[in-house]
Each structure stands twice: as structure tokens, then as C-alpha cells.
Ligand binder design. Structure first.
Ligand SMILES: [Zn+2]
Length: 211
């Protein structure tokens, strides 16, 4: 059983819903292989909940207008360690070269977030992010690094997942060790790499070792 479902069962006090969560996985045995997406899961859960149960699961993230752009925020408080979304890693969503919507999952493999899970493509960069992306064979999972408040913008550090970004950009995230310009792991100083080592993706480390 996927960890988020285990957590749902642990956190929800209502025994009826707990049993229901167990049944959900029996009904959708391949759900997580298709798309381990908490919002999709919540929608399915809402549609399947018994009428009058009084339980209304809330989506975990939401897209919001942000100036002239859009961004992804926590729709409710999120505990550290929570898996917020998973972008499915399937051949039809992978590209050979990066663009502004891809995430590097292999030396020449880039997962198109905009195609695979469009909301995930709205996740911002921060040099002091509230999330990390974990690369797995079945997908890329956003995990909360710390407790996140409702309406807080979700972010990860692009420099820890990209070797050499297609579109480099100036950063004004306000972190004390803000990079100033984000261009990928290739462009970090030794000191900047050391401070990010624990959250660097295996792909950029492999690429760095290949230089
Ligand atoms: Zn910054």
C-alpha cells in the first residue's frame, strides 16, 4: 500500500473512512501506478464516500494567480514528510532535452511536468525551498521538507535537479544564501554544492562525476 494511503488511514479518526481507504486500494489496485496524485485521489475519494459521512477530504494543493503568472500553493496545512504530488514518469511524458517545464530524471531524460501533471509545472524555485523532489522509477514525488502553512507557495531548488538549465533566470527569493542566478548544478560553486549536497538529485551528481 502506498505511504500516503497508510498515512490517511492513520490520521483519519473515523473508522468508516479508515475502512473505506483500505477498500479504495482494493477497488483501484493500479491507481498509484497510473498517477500517484493526491488531488486526483481526493476527488476519487470524494466521489466514493458514502453520502452523509460528514467527511469532506480537501485537495492538498491548488493553483493560484500570482502577479501575471500562476503558482502552486498548499491548499491546507501540510506536515513535514508529506508526499504532496507525484508526476508520473512514462515514456510519452519524457523528452531528450530540457525546456522550462521539464525536470531532469536521467542524463538525457527530461520529464515534461506540463504534459504529465500540469499543476506540478507551476511549482516555484526557492534557494530555501519547502519541498524536495524525489526521483523514482514510477514518478517524481514532491515531499514537504518542513511543515507548510495553508496558502504557502510550494517550492523546490531547481539547482538541485537540473544540470544545465535551458532557461536560466534571476532569483530574488530572499534566502540568505540566494544564488542570484539559477542555472543548474553545473554553474554552482564548490561551496554552493556542498551546502546543497543532501538534497541534490542523483542525476546531477552522476552528471557532475562524469565531467
Ligand atoms: Zn534565491
Amino acid at each position: 500500500m502506498p505511504s500516503f494511503l497508510v498515512r490517511l488511514q492513520e490520521e483519519v479518526a473515523d473508522s468508516e473512512l479508515r475502512d473505506f481507504a483500505a477498500k479504495f486500494y482494493e477497488v483501484f489496485p493500479d491507481f498509484c501506478d497510473q498517477q500517484l496524485d493526491m488531488n486526483l485521489f481526493t476527488k476519487k475519494l470524494q466521489s466514493l464516500l458514502p453520502p452523509g459521512s460528514g467527511v469532506s477530504p480537501q485537495p492538498i494543493f491548488a493553483a493560484r494567480e500570482w502577479g501575471e503568472q500562476r503558482t502552486l500553493v498548499a491548499n491546507r496545512a501540510i506536515k513535514a514528510g508529506t508526499e504532496v504530488y507525484c508526476v508520473p514518469r512514462r515514456p510519452e511524458f519524457t523528452r531528450e532535452s530540457p525546456d522550462m517545464h521539464t525536470l531532469q530524471v536521467g542524463l538525457t531524460e527530461h520529464l515534461d511536468f506540463a504534459a504529465a501533471l500540469p499543476d506540478a509545472a507551476l511549482t516555484h524555485h526557492s534557494c530555501d525551498p519547502n519541498g524536495d523532489l524525489q526521483i523514482h522509477e514510477h514518478g517524481v514525488i514532491f515531499v514537504a521538507r518542513r511543515d507548510i502553512a495553508a496558502e504557502e507557495i510550494l517550492s523546490f531548488d531547481y539547482a538541485t535537479t537540473e544540470w544545465d538549465m535551458d532557461e536560466k533566470f534571476p532569483c530574488a527569493c530572499g534566502a540568505t544564501d540566494c544564488l542570484g542566478t539559477v542555472g543548474g548544478w553545473k554553474h554552482l560553486s564548490e561551496e554552493q554544492r556542498v551546502s546543497r549536497l543532501a538534497r541534490a538529485s542523483p542525476v546531477v551528481l552522476e552528471r557532475a562525476n562524469a565531467v
